[in-house]
Design a protein around this ligand. Structure first.
Ligand SMILES: NC(=O)C1=CN([C@@H]2O[C@H](COP(=O)(O)OP(=O)(O)OC[C@H]3O[C@@H](n4cnc5c(N)ncnc54)[C@H](O)[C@@H]3O)[C@@H](O)[C@H]2O)C=CC1
Ligand SMILES: O=C([O-])CC(=O)C(=O)O
Length: 308
């Protein structure tokens, strides 16, 4: 399994590190436009191999896509991150051009690859990759829900005073401060609904903290987060590499599912060797359906800013 990660910045390097640490890929190529940067990150990471016990070979490339040839999976993290006070949507002006060019370059050398889109605004960037490449929908996957669900579980565990391993929950909808739909009504502690343990106020707190999870970290760090994003991507790459048939909420092109059409937005999917092998339609309450519709309207508004 050969994986390319474009963008050797905070998220890209973290993603490469977690992939290597999980030891399922033979090769990871890091590519960046900044001269020497990806080579430097790759060398630094390779010097952790004997300490951390992995055999994955990590190499770096300054914008030479021939080094990425025949990648099974590619991850696009290139672009700018937000600063405190900004929304993800404000990044569209710079990131759309970068994502479109990078996707084209990648496909020239790896025509059969599966693409995972990370750059923000992620749902719109995923849509852009669909419209600009015309690849089958199973091979274009947006990463947002896996991360948002991890943050949801973190906040649920905090409110419950429980270990995170006791908790399960999922976030669907758009990957934005207002558009996320944490499915609190479906969340459980050891298969018991969390509403058995938490008050309405506590559940609202969990939902609100989850939705602004990225903004909270951006305020603390001065730029957006990278450890949990890198871990989320690495889990998705592993599900594909190891044909795990694992369920993650991912941004995927919908054609009628959840009453939505011609939009990439977070819904549960099954990830395996063919990428998105199935879109899972779960029963939503009327309130959850309304939130999903509202979220989709927000994503469509951002999509309308694209020139494709
Ligand atoms: N979908 C999600 O859940 C998440 C998305 N993000 C997004 O991921 C992106 C990257 O974030 P960070 O890694 O923190 O930023 P960063 O600034 O640390 O790294 C971005 C890298 O992309 C490189 N780059 C820019 N243009 C390029 C091009 N044309 N070709 C190759 N490389 C290029 C830059 O040189 C830089 O090294 C941002 O758009 C951020 O908003 C970040 C976290 C989570
Ligand atoms: O908050 C951001 O801008 C980066 C991101 O998407 C996240 O960490 O969820």
């Amino acid at each position: 399994m050969k994986v390319t990660v474009v963008g050797a910045g905070a998220v890209g390097a973290s993603c490469a590190e977690y992939i290597a640490m999980k030891n399922f890929a033979s090769e990871v190529v890091l590519l960046d436009i900044k001269e020497g940067y990806a080579e430097g990150k790759a060398m630094d990471l390779m010097q952790t191999a004997s300490l951390n016990g992995f055999d994955t070979k990590i190499t770096g490339s300054t914008n030479d896509y021939s080094k990425t040839a025949n990648s099974d999976v590619v991850v696009i993290t290139s672009g700018i991150p937000r600063k405190p006070g900004m929304t993800r949507e404000e990044l569209i002006g710079i990131n759309a051009g970068i994502v479109k060019t990078v996707a084209t370059n990648l496909l020239e050398h790896s025509p059969n690859t599966i693409i995972i889109v990370v750059s923000n605004p992620m749902d719109t960037m995923t849509y852009l990759v669909h419209k600009s490449t015309g690849l089958p929908k199973n091979r274009i996957i947006g990463m947002g829900g896996a991360l948002d669900s991890a943050r949801f579980k973190y906040r649920l565990a905090e409110a419950l005073g429980a270990p995170i391993s006791d908790v399960d929950g999922m976030v669907i909808g758009g990957h934005s401060d207002v558009g996320m739909v944490p499915l609190i009504g479906h969340a459980t502690r050891n298969s018991v609904k969390v509403s058995e343990f938490l008050s309405d106020e506590q559940m609202s707190w969990v939902v609100e903290e989850t939705k602004v999870g990225g903004a909270t970290l951006t305020k603390l760090l001065g730029t957006s987060a990278w450890y949990a994003p890198g871990a989320a991507v690495s889990s998705m790459v592993q599900a594909i590499a190891c044909d795990q048939k694992k369920m993650f909420p991912c941004s995927t092109m919908l054609e009628g599912e959840y009453g939505l059409d011609d939009i990439c937005i977070g819904t549960p999917v099954i990830l395996g060797k063919d990428g998105i092998e199935k879109i899972v339609e779960i029963e939503l309450s009327d309130a959850e359906k309304a939130k999903m519709q509202e979220s989709a309207e927000g994503v469509k508004k951002t999509n309308a800013l694209l020139q494709v």
